[in-house]
Design a protein around this ligand. Structure first.
Ligand code: GDD
Ligand code: MG
Length: 323
């Protein structure tokens, strides 16, 4: 048993304008918001209570996830008026958990933009076997510059935490899933802007804290850029495409390239959809051709429109080029 905190309050700057109306973790990947994929993984690992640490566009999460009963998990919402940074967000969210009554029950923290198939349950077991203060999931990447660089000793103990280095000293990076002993929360000041990566972790390592790296080289992706978002969606789809329930698809429409179609989407005759992510309640008129496009919820694409590498949404009058 464990409790969790999901960090979903970032601005999603590298995904603008996709994140102008929808926070990054609520963007659909293979039909479901990134957050829902993470919630399902958390539930499988025995997490019974999850606090969503929200800030930017916080109001989008609550109507979708409610109290979590639909998923059999208790969901609470912590809202930061101004973003408190990753550490400040964790501290703020932990205020909703009764730490006294948790005892030694671990707290699992998730970056809200990561799709990972590593075993959270094994990470928790490893953490408990080491009696660690914190255990970080680590993976190896070819280019570590965009990540937290995390060297460990032969016993797996973290020897430094170096966020986004120009010349990384190891390819072992922070994969954005931490197991904390509840006492670690006290090390983070309340109501202050704190970076867990740049402040808390280096301070804990420097102060002799027991931080361990849990290394599991499972499927892993940070969906922080448009290219990664499309890749994440494609990776989850077997076959040509995936459609959520309630769709009406004309038999003459061709849907290929591991496209993802949301709920209650209507697709007209002669339509071609290739490598697209399409949200819920979208209507696509006859003869439309879309290639590598992101269509947000509730958008109407009028008959005959042809678009490639574009972002389309009801809230914008003109389609915007995707980088
Ligand atoms: N609530 C809240 N408040 N959430 C925040 C805030 C905040 O002020 N700032 C960031 N977040 C959330 C983001 O929404 C995201 O889910 C997560 O924290 C990480 O932020 P990113 O902005 O995506 O960070 P990054 O990808 O550059 O780097 C982080 O992730 C890498 C792995 O993907 C770091 O943790 C790196 O060390 C790590 O390697
Ligand atoms: Mg990220």
């Amino acid at each position: 048993m464990a409790v969790g905190i999901l960090l979903v309050g970032g601005f999603g700057t590298r995904l603008k304008p996709l994140t102008s109306e929808t926070p990054k973790p609520m963007l659909p990947v293979a039909g479901l918001p990134v957050t829902e994929h993470q919630l399902l993984a958390a539930k499988r690992a025995g997490i019974h209570t999850l606090v969503l640490a929200t800030s930017y566009l916080s109001e989008v999460f609550t109507p979708y996830f409610g109290d979590g009963s639909k998923w059999g998990i208790k969901i609470l919402y912590a809202v930061e008026k101004e973003p408190l940074g990753t550490g400040g967000a964790i501290r703020n969210a932990a205020e909703l958990l009764d730490l006294e009554s948790l005892g030694d029950e671990p707290i699992v923290i998730f970056n809200g933009d990561v799709l990972s198939r590593h075993s959270i349950a094994e990470q928790i077991k490893f953490h408990q076997a080491k009696a660690a203060d914190a255990t970080l999931h680590l993976i190896e990447v070819d280019d570590a510059r965009a990540f937290g660089c995390v060297p460990t000793d032969s016993d797996g103990r973290v020897t430094a935490f170096l966020e986004k280095m120009d010349n990384p000293i190891t390819n072992s990076i922070n994969a954005g899933c931490y197991v904390f002993h509840p006492s670690v929360i006290d090390q983070i000041p309340l109501s202050e802007v704190v970076s867990i990566e740049r402040q808390t972790f280096p301070a804990l390592v420097g102060g002799g804290g027991l931080l361990f790296g849990y290394k599991e080289q499972a499927y892993w992706l940070d969906v922080g850029t448009p290219a990664a978002l499309f890749k994440g969606s494609r990776d989850l789809i077997d076959g040509d495409f995936h459609a959520m329930p309630g769709c009406t698809i004309d038999p003459t429409a061709r849907i290929i390239g591991k496209s993802s179609i949301g709920r209650n989407v209507k697709i007209g005759s002669g339509v071609l959809i290739d490598d697209c992510i399409i949200g819920d309640d979208v209507v696509i008129g006859d003869g439309v051709s879309l290639s590598h496009c992101f269509i947000l919820h509730k958008t109407l694409i009028t008959a005959g429109v042809e678009k490639s590498r574009h972002y389309l949404s009801t809230a914008i009058s003109e389609p915007i080029n995707l980088p």
